[in-house]
Design a protein around this ligand. Sequence first.
Ligand code: OSB
Ligand code: MG
Length: 382
Amino acid sequence: MKIERVDLQRIKIPLTAPFVTSMGLETHKECILVRAYSGAHVGFGESVAMDVPVYNEEDVDTVWYMLEKYLIPQLFSREIEHPDEVSQIFSWMRRNQMAKSALEGAVWDLYAKMNGMSLSQALGGTRKTIDVGVSIGIEPTIDKLLARVDGFIRDGYKKIKVKIKPGFDVEPIRAIRHTFGPDVPLMADANSAYTLADIDLLKQLDDFGLIMIEQPLGHDDIIDHATLQRELKTPICLDESIHTVEDARKAIELGSCRIINIKIGRVGGLSNAKKLHDLCAAKGVPVWCGGMQEVGIGRAHNIAIASLANFTIPGDTSPSHRYFTEDVVTPMIDFVSPGVLAVPTGAGIGYTINEAAILRALVQHKSYYANQESTTTVIPNW
Ligand SMILES: O=C(O)CCC(=O)c1ccccc1C(=O)O
Ligand SMILES: [Mg+2]
């Protein structure tokens, strides 16, 4: 297949509720949507980079820059047989995983549509439905957190993940266990807010039967995590530290974690996510699909990858209404039964694009053509 045209659309949508983590406060979702065209077909991708580089080094502008300067021209210069080639073509460029993933994801959707397959099928997924959990930000008080947890348990979420940070860790977890009992599938995500100096505090979390503690230490660390894992009963799950299949191999060999959170964007796309999944399956390490508060296109990609067999732990792919009053796909992604999403069977991502919603959220649009000049529309950012 030859990619003839690529469109980038920068959108900004308010979140239904502010999201606070140890990294800061988010009130809006801002991201880039990608369309890749070939013949009569179009595939959709989404960049998950945040508006500020607090989670990884990329942001919305660096993704746009990389796509425009390197990734789109590189793709135009080649004919490809299979989307696995895209990450190979991009591999000479260091990092910028989320930029690479945004375009690669559009090519995967395009490929699946051209071949009349669902994205899940194209990736080798086997699940018809996926179990999902919820990621709850840091609330101003423990009582407010308990009220939110109560609501999400009632909604049927299969896993409750709470964000923790120094000063908001052992007590909120203790309160959740005290109020809702030992059977709630509970975990904590620190987004790298601790160091080994906090080992005594982190060991206290062992009392609460957490499914895992996600990324307690440095965003770039696997050594101290191995030391910590030796001291903890609770499995450590790595998120920020894993950018490549090799990172995962080393972390597993060192004993830095017992579980891995796979985010398609963080590992440079669906082909790498699948390879990482396969490595973990071979090593007996369970994986789950993390989230970056994606709008519907990225969310649909998450559902497709989570349909692979070793995604045995509920992921962070909540229904659209958990984040937005309006999504870029229609109908909005929702449960088929409490805590369960259906894996679409239609071609590609399997959801219809809500063009009107995209237009309402649009900040900037640019079209790139393999054989022509690019055209830009800048919409004033209100
Ligand atoms: O609901 C979601 O999409 C997951 C939210 C979440 O936890 C998160 C959101 C933005 C950046 C990092 C993380 C994380 O998993 O650490
Ligand atoms: Mg995380």
